[in-house]
Ligand binder design. Structure first.
Ligand code: PMP
Length: 426
């Protein structure tokens, strides 16, 4: 038995399912998860001494590669001054200013400690600001695990087949309306019926929790128009896309400006961080300035701010996104060619440094229904064949893939080579 398997057995005695976040348990692909000892650059090293080329990147934060020296040094330097103050510190202002500079629609910013907190707080704010209770989300989009958002959710909820979680009272869930992603006509219809009650639309501008699904032309623009018409708040959940698809996030790519934006992952450089922000008039409703309550013991934590600021400084350097996008294109072109050579029908999506692949002969995968119709068995077998060859992909067909700047041409070539062998074996 490998050390990972031994640890997984031990973990299951005291940790539900042996993991602290469900997808990590490999439940949908089968087998035993790999326990990681350390990570560096493009690689993860497991407790049994095996090296993997990593395409999860801690589910997005590791855009610069693991254990980046600038971030590590910033954390060590900040730690020398104490780990948490529970009082304001200068780095929080630097962070808010940096975010406002990179994402100009975020005129004011509040830091939190996870993406879940960011979306939960943004929704409370939208409700408080509009005085309305109903919210609208999209099928297969995941916005963290706050009660009203675990309705037709994506990511782990979808992977484990519980997109509507027990424990969410029906009385809460009834305030969450869901539409099909990329289906503007449906949104228009729902607003025509209930628009005066809808506080906000929350959307992943590029869906990354039912694999990777970009918005179709006009979709985000249409959401903006509808929110303006009905005085609802448009929230872009850029926890995944922020600083991933472009420096200014998906809103910079598609040139659509939301009222509120949520961020996470990269903004913390690997530390537990999230943020929400947006229009000044809305953000001024947050306590202590306004009546909408929101707080956090560790919010704006000095170590997390130091890590996040170091990450944002590095990714603001010229050429980062050109390089990241080119590497990602290189990978999916290689994978696409290999699949074609072996007669495996596949479709690929990419936006900047985020990608998705589907075992499907459909050329267009644009919503939850398409994503769930792909060949799940082929994915499972592919996942394990790749893992055996030292390629660490997300253990679910409903997650996006993430590259880092640390992935070298050799890493990409090795990945394509392993994929070709896996396709042949399928
Ligand atoms: N929103 C989106 C778009 C996400 O992808 C995620 C997590 N993958 C979240 C919110 C929740 O973030 P966290 O896991 O940090 O709570």
């Amino acid at each position: 038995m490998s050390l990972s398997e031994t640890l997984f057995q031990r973990a299951q005695l005291t940790i539900p399912g042996g993991v602290n976040s469900p997808v990590r348990a490999f439940k949908s692909v089968g087998g035993s998860p790999v326990f990681i000892e350390r990570a560096d650059g493009a690689y993860l090293y497991d407790v049994d001494g095996k090296r993997y080329i990593d395409y999860i990147g801690s589910w997005g934060p590791m855009l610069l590669g693991h254990n980046h020296p600038a971030i590590r040094d910033a954390v060590i330097k900040a730690a020398a001054n104490g780990l948490s103050f529970g009082a304001p510190c200068p780095a929080e202002i630097d962070m808010a200013e940096k975010v406002a500079q990179l994402v100009p629609s975020m005129e004011m910013v509040r830091m939190v400690s996870s993406g879940t907190e960011a979306t939960m707080s943004a929704i409370r704010l939208a409700r408080g600001y509009t005085g309305r209770d109903t919210i609208l989300k999209f099928e297969g989009c995941y916005h963290g695990h706050a009660d009203s958002l675990l309705v037709k959710a994506g990511s782990g909820a979808l992977t484990l087949g519980v997109p509507n979680s027990p424990g969410v009272p029906a009385d809460f869930a009834k305030y969450t309306l869901t539409c099909e992603f990329n289906n503007l006509a449906q949104v228009e219809q729902i607003f025509a019926e209930k628009g005066a009650d809808i506080a906000c639309i929350i959307v992943e501008p590029v869906a990354g929790n039912m694999n990777c699904i970009p918005p179709e032309p006009g979709f985000l623009e249409g959401l903006r128009r509808i929110c303006d018409q009905y005085h609802s708040v448009l929230i872009f959940d850029e926890v995944m896309t922020g600083f991933r698809v472009a420096l200014g996030g998906a809103q910079a790519v598609y040139q659509v400006t939301p009222d509120l934006t949520t961020l996470g992952k990269i903004i913390g450089g690997g530390m537990p961080v999230g943020a929400f922000g947006g229009k000044r008039a809305i953000m001024e409703q947050i306590a202590p300035l306004g009546p909408v309550y929101q707080a956090g013991t560790l919010s704006g934590n000095p170590i997390a701010m130091a890590a996040g600021l170091a990450a944002l400084t590095e990714i603001s350097k010229p050429g980062v996104y050109e390089k990241l996008t080119a590497k990602t294109s290189q990978l999916i072109t290689g994978l696409g060619n290999a699949a074609q050579q072996h007669g495996v029908p596949m479709t690929f999506n990419q936006v900047g440094g985020m990608f998705g692949f589907f075992f499907s002969s459909e050329t267009r995968v644009s919503n939850y229904q398409h994503a769930t119709q792909c060949d799940g068995d082929a994915f499972k077998r592919f996942f394990h064949l790749m893992l055996q060859q030292g390629i660490y992909l997300a253990p679910s067909a409903f997650e996006a893939g993430f590259l880092s700047l640390a992935h070298s041409d050799d890493d990409l070539a090795a990945t394509v080579d392993a994929a070709a062998k896996s396709f042949a074996a399928l």
